[in-house]
Design a protein around this ligand. Structure first.
Ligand code: ATP
Ligand code: MG
Length: 560
């Protein structure tokens, strides 16, 4: 794929579907109608986001409409929980579907009538072969199949048997309805494919009304036709199903003629985008849930602090082509950082606190300092209480005053440092406990240095972040990193679970944040000075127990 270079974002990536639509418009197409058709058997992931952006984005671009339709033909694996999460995801990405949400199950009566229509036309039959026999009769890609002995049943018999299948008279697996097409077709999908199966399962939309359910193939194109979809966009694995899709459209009294187009699915390295594997991660407790911030699910990315705009920018940067490709995680992360750099409020959080006592600042006094919320953008200012006792990060102090100033922007005894948006200070001495560990640093501030350079040519070694130890608030910070530490976690030998990054999650309880942060609305993004980008947790952040999730570091630390 040609989109490994983040700098090509300004170029319009190629999109063959848009080319097709523009040709269709020249031929007189009036309105573009697309649909996003998830099966509610899991949560949506970044690959689905690409499909959402493509379907909804295409409708937007050409002033058309995009439907949200649940492809709920397989009740055993489907759940209302997934339906709800998927609607939430589409809305979060900023899209709205045309009219009401639709369900394949809305059309089950029509599909049934259409099955009867095929039977009457001599194009479908009830087959009693067992699944094992049926697969034997099907043949191989290189070897034609054999006709089922039930293929020549009369229309009357077939209609009767189908009715009785519907009424629950037969056991699961004992009979199916099949199209009568061609058992010798080189395309296996045309070897008398299954239209209906018996499944004595309760359905999340239709309850116990049905005990036969249509196959994906017998449903999808007809759904498109009923809804007036013009461009039915799906992933490449359906290319071989297209002749069947077209066969149904030709042989059924459908109200319109949609066309199917296949594009390459999105894969990203360092993660997995198989619903089955994502479900396994959840079910086996390797992550905290579908919305664990390490998951590539839309709910996970949201909880991690990715903005919908960043996800869309990334998806829109990808070519829509007829080949599958793997995109580098770093390319995705580029869009996350770019967006956060522009939009995240700046704040200070000390994650490994070391007490800094400003010996020439009066005890009990609070001086309110002001700092910009964003260094470039007009996002207002925030108040920072400055007090005698502060916290700085342990990693920002060294006892070794011989360290080179150029290389080490650390506070060292006898030297100067600027506290961000506050005074220039000089470290004077350290206080240690009995074990020899530093427990306090004593320093003095240079008066008049807030926003001003010190007099006498004094140059601080650098700028460091700080939080008032008496006015600041304690917070919990969860540090996340990539869930897998190899590029292709699900390729190669062994279980993909062996490739889980053991350092992908860690929680730090004793962090200190600016007091204003506890009132941040959940899902507000911050850049914690020097530490990276963080987000107030969507579910657990409250003023009483502030919780921030690390979204991403300031720089790519995975670069080889
Ligand atoms: P499965 O069918 O195995 O349950 P799926 O990932 O195909 O999984 P669907 O709910 O059928 O899930 O997907 C809804 C839509 O999203 C389909 O049109 C599908 O082609 C598209 N889609 C799924 N995965 C990707 C991906 N990785 N990249 C782009 N589009 C995808
Ligand atoms: Mg699918």
């Amino acid at each position: 794929m040609s989109n490994n270079d983040a700098s090509n974002t300004v170029k319009q990536p190629t999109n063959f579907i848009h080319q097709v639509i523009e040709q269709d418009q020249q031929q007189g197409l009036e309105k573009v109608v697309t649909r996003f058709p998830p099966e509610p058997n899991g949560y949506l992931h970044i690959g689905h986001a690409k499909s959402i952006c493509l379907n909804f984005g295409t409708a937007e671009k050409y002033n058309g409409e995009c439907n949200l339709r649940f492809d709920d033909t397989n009740p055993g694996k489907e759940e209302q929980e997934y339906v709800d999460a998927i609607m939430d995801d589409v809305r979060w990405l900023g899209f709205s579907w045309a009219g009401e949400v639709r369900y394949a199950s809305d059309y089950f009566d029509t599909f049934y009538a259409w099955a009867q229509h095929l039977i009457k036309a001599g194009k479908a039959y009830v087959c009693d072969l067992s699944p094992e026999q049926a697969s034997e009769y099907r043949g191989w890609a290189t070897e034609p199949g054999k006709n089922s002995p039930f293929r020549e049943r009369s229309a009357e018999e077939n209609l009767d048997l189908l009715e009785r299948m519907k009424n629950g008279e037969f056991d699961e697996g004992s009979r199916v309805l099949r199209a009568k097409i061609d058992m010798a077709s080189p395309n296996m999908n045309l070897r008398d494919p299954i239209l209906y199966r018996i499944r004595k399962q309760n359905h999340h939309q239709t309850g116990d009304k049905w005990c036969i359910y249509p196959s994906y193939d017998f449903a999808h194109g007809q759904e498109d036709a009923i809804e007036g979809v013009t461009h039915s966009i799906c992933t490449l694995e359906f290319a071989d199903h297209r002749p069947l899709y077209e066969w149904f459209i030709e042989n059924l009294p459908v109200p319109s003629t949609p066309r199917q187009y296949e594009f390459g699915r999105l894969n990203i390295n360092y993660t997995v985008t198989s619903k089955r594997k994502l479900k396994q991660l959840v079910d086996e407790g390797h992550v905290s849930g579908w919305d664990d911030p390490r998951m590539p699910t839309i709910q996970g990315m949201r909880r991690r602090g990715y903005s919908p705009q960043a996800v869309r920018n990334f998806c829109d940067s990808l070519a829509v082509a007829k080949t599958d490709g793997t995109v580098d995680m770093a390319q995705f992360e580029f869009f996350i950082r770019e967006d956060l750099n522009d939009n995240a409020a700046r704040a200070m959080c000390v994650m490994n606190p070391l007490k800094l006592i400003i010996t020439n600042f009066p005890e009990g006094e609070v001086e309110m300092l002001s700092a910009p919320v964003h260094p470039q953008k007009e996002m207002g200012s925030r108040e920072l209480p400055f007090t005698r006792e502060l916290y700085i990060d342990r990693a920002d102090f060294s006892e070794d005053s011989t360290l080179s100033r150029k290389k080490f922007r650390l506070l060292v005894p006898g030297d100067y440092m600027r506290l961000r948006s506050a005074y220039v200070i000089k470290a004077d001495e350290v206080v240690k406990d009995a074990a020899g560990e530093i427990i306090e640093v004593h320093a003095s501030l240079l008066p008049g240095t807030v926003g001003e350079n010190p007099e006498g040519g004094i140059k601080p070694r650098g700028v460091m972040h700080w939080v008032s130890a008496t006015e600041g608030k304690q917070a919990k910070v969860r540090i996340y990193d990539r869930l897998f530490n190899v590029e292709s976690p699900d390729k190669g030998e062994g279980d993909f679970l062996n490739n889980i990054n053991p350092d992908s999650f860690r929680e730090i309880d004793n962090c200190w944040v600016e007091p204003g942060l506890i009132n941040a609305a959940p899902e507000t993004a911050f850049q914690f000075e020097r530490e990276g980008y963080f987000v107030a947790d969507r579910y657990q952040h409250t003023p009483e127990t502030p919780v921030f999730n690390k979204t991403i570091g300031l720089r790519d630390t995975w670069k080889k």
